[in-house]
Design a protein around this ligand. Sequence first.
Ligand SMILES: Nc1ncnc2c1ncn2[C@@H]1O[C@H](COP(=O)(O)OP(=O)(O)OP(=O)(O)O)[C@@H](O)[C@H]1O
Ligand SMILES: O=C(O)C1=C[C@@H](O)[C@@H](O)[C@H](O)C1
Ligand SMILES: [Mg+2]
Length: 172
Amino acid sequence: MKKIVLLGYMGCGKSTIAQNLSKITNIPFLDLDKCIEERANLSINEIFEKHGEVYFRKLEHEMFVELLQSSENNIIGLGGGTPCYANNHELLKGDDVVSIYLKASIDTLYNRLVHNKSKRPLIANMNEEEMKEFIAKHLFDRSYYYNQAKHKVSVDDKSVEETVQDILEILA
Ligand SMILES: Nc1ncnc2c1ncn2[C@@H]1O[C@H](COP(=O)(O)OP(=O)(O)OP(=O)(O)O)[C@@H](O)[C@H]1O
Ligand SMILES: O=C(O)C1=C[C@@H](O)[C@@H](O)[C@H](O)C1
Ligand SMILES: [Mg+2]
């Protein structure tokens, strides 16, 4: 079964773009973060607080494998860190997987995340200056994994509709 997997840094728009793509294509959308929250019956913040990040990464890997194994066609929106742990980047290369990196610049990410960080435990307690530096370094560290995707779409200065259109061209 075909799996369209959207990946990229926090705030690049995986969830937003996947929802819109799902409406147009009628392919059901699964958000990995949401699936984890439902399975654990805890928010992502609560999982990090109560059990720590290592436990979260284990749940994240198990849930990603489970979603890829299901027999339906799906759009799967990954968490920002998913490709960077537990060899999950290898799963982006599977035969039935169309993996797409939504590539955003540091400025785009910062502008989207600065007013929207409370539900993202890795940045929730940072001030604005710390956040910019963190995003720059973290994005650099993670880029190797994001670039394992089969396709790349730049999202800077594009509307949701324009990014969705770029993805439809990849899928055509
Ligand atoms: N052109 C755009 N494309 C996508 N998102 C946009 C755009 N312009 C503004 N946004 C906003 O940027 C934010 C993107 O957040 P979203 O939750 O979709 O990202 P994400 O990649 O799923 O993040 P996370 O990894 O934390 O789950 C949303 O608040 C969305 O409304
Ligand atoms: O970038 C990350 O490591 C994360 C991104 C979010 O989607 C969540 O999966 C969680 O907050 C961790
Ligand atoms: Mg998301």
